[in-house]
Design a protein around this ligand. Sequence first.
Ligand SMILES: Cc1cc2nc3c(=O)[nH]c(=O)nc-3n(C[C@H](O)[C@H](O)[C@H](O)COP(=O)(O)OP(=O)(O)OC[C@H]3O[C@@H](n4cnc5c(N)ncnc54)[C@H](O)[C@@H]3O)c2cc1C
Length: 301
Amino acid sequence: MSATLTTQLRNAVDGTIETDVALSRYTTWKVGGRADWLITPRTIDGLEKALTMLRATGVPWLVVGGGSNLLVKDGGFRGAVITMHRLRTIDIRSDGQVQVEAGATLAQVIKKGIKAGWGGLESLAGIPGTIGGATVMNAGADGMELGRVIREVQLYNGEDRQRWSHDQCGFSYRSSAFQRDSVVTVVTLALTVGEPAQLETRYKERLAARRETHPYGLPNAGSVFKNPPGKVAWRMIDAVGLRGARRGDAQISPRHTNFIVNLGGARAADILALIEFTRKRVAAEFDVELETEVKIVGEDG
Ligand SMILES: Cc1cc2nc3c(=O)[nH]c(=O)nc-3n(C[C@H](O)[C@H](O)[C@H](O)COP(=O)(O)OP(=O)(O)OC[C@H]3O[C@@H](n4cnc5c(N)ncnc54)[C@H](O)[C@@H]3O)c2cc1C
């Protein structure tokens, strides 16, 4: 880690620059080793300056939104982690187009839209994380995916600013065409007009339905595996008898078998071991390769 770069970043970037930071504080699983730098820009300009400097010096970066779909390994990340939570301006226009900075949470966008009489995102109620993360992941629930209402995405890769239209984004099931080195800075959504009280009711219904089926109270990252075409991951995991299975303090949730919960002292290695074990058991029984929905990053501990 270069002290010179730390000083340069601190002098140039509007935001905070920390060094040697535990990433377990930034993931909903509460696991993960340390990052060399943690950069928290206060403005898009600050974000772009940081990325320009990192690119020019060849330092790798990793963007973290809400960290709700991320498994950071125990050895942490050699390079700079960029957190987006201070970039959260939401601008709702009179035609229902909403321009959102990537660090705003999905919940903030949905609730602000409902208040102003704009809906369409109620099905996504209760999905944690940021608009940036939800865009890259094409987050979805209940037959709806965020990508459907995205009109434009602004990106910066340390050299070029780009604007991608909906069709360029390549949205598919929990996936998009965005590459690791492109940071989503601003997303434009097109919402549909609705009556606030009705939208609010639907939003609350979706939240309540989620509370019935999801394990709350223990750190997790939502569904670990994607559903293979025509199949349901949690059913196959259940069928091979892994409900409640443990590796250290990582456990396949007894409440929802596509969730792995951290009982308190889990390490990323425990979660990874449980993921691999599950994949092997499901492959042996069903001849199906489960693919992780969660993104696995960083170095082994
Ligand atoms: C309890 C629980 C329930 C969940 N339910 C659902 C659900 O119903 N449906 C669903 O789809 N998901 C669900 N998830 C998973 C997760 O919340 C979503 O994938 C969410 O959209 C991720 O957003 P995030 O900001 O936390 O992304 P992160 O986890 O921070 O990042 C995810 C990926 O996106 C990248 N990324 C994040 N922000 C940016 C950016 N600005 N620019 C470029 N890359 C970026 C990261 O580098 C990483 O590769 C759930 C998670 C939990 C914990």
